[in-house]
Design a protein. Structure first.
Length: 198
């Protein structure tokens, strides 16, 4: 790895295995990576490994909030000596452009398959059925359902959308699962904006 930070896109985030020789590998697997997690990684990265010349932090997560991305940006700009970072994310997760610009290598490892049945069930449903799906998610707070919806939004074929629907999809894609955003309201807006399938 020639850069201090690398991103790996994979459908099997927890199963990704990083292999290196000569460096200590510190693996961190967190479903939703927040600011406290970024601070903990930053503090741990300042410590030097006792048995090797360098260290690699492998951060596996399905979601990184904006505050944590900004904290990682600072860490990637001025990393501790002989420290590298590998950020393992699902293919559809969007990083802030400023953070993306600090990651020198993008490894598109998209092994496995994405289960898009949740998204497909949403797309083929009527407006009322879509709203009911959102209501059921609101009660269950199922993170897998929300991630499947996020991946669906990022994978949608925008050529089929009107300008108004496209703007809604772009808004939802940028704000879904971010701090301060109401996921329920965004999803309801999406449910009504995407045209019904015939």
């Amino acid at each position: 790895m020639n850069h201090h930070a690398q991103i790996v896109r994979t459908n099997d985030v927890p199963g990704y295995q990083y292999v290196t020789s000569g460096s200590t590998v510190i693996e961190v697997t967190i479903d939703r990576f927040g600011i406290d997690d970024a601070r903990a990684i930053s503090a741990q990265a300042q410590l030097r490994p006792a048995t090797s010349a360098g260290q690699v932090f492998v951060i596996k997560t399905s979601f990184v909030n904006h505050e944590a991305q900004n904290a990682l940006l600072k860490l990637f700009e001025e990393p501790p000596a002989d420290t590298q970072f590998v950020l393992v994310l699902p293919p559809a997760f969007q990083l802030l452009p400023t953070l993306q610009s600090r990651i020198g290598i993008e490894n598109a490892d998209t092994t496995g398959s994405v289960d898009d049945s949740v998204w497909q069930a949403f797309i083929v449903a009527t407006h009322a059925e879509r709203l009911k799906q959102i209501e059921l998610w609101q009660k269950s707070k199922d993170p897998a359902w929300l991630m499947a919806m996020t991946q669906g939004v990022h994978a949608i074929d925008t050529k089929e959308l009107s300008r108004a629907a496209l703007l809604v999809v772009q808004l939802v894609g940028a704000k879904l699962q971010t701090r301060g955003a109401s996921n329920k309201m965004l999803l309801e807006h999406l449910a009504l904006a995407i045209p019904l399938r015939k």
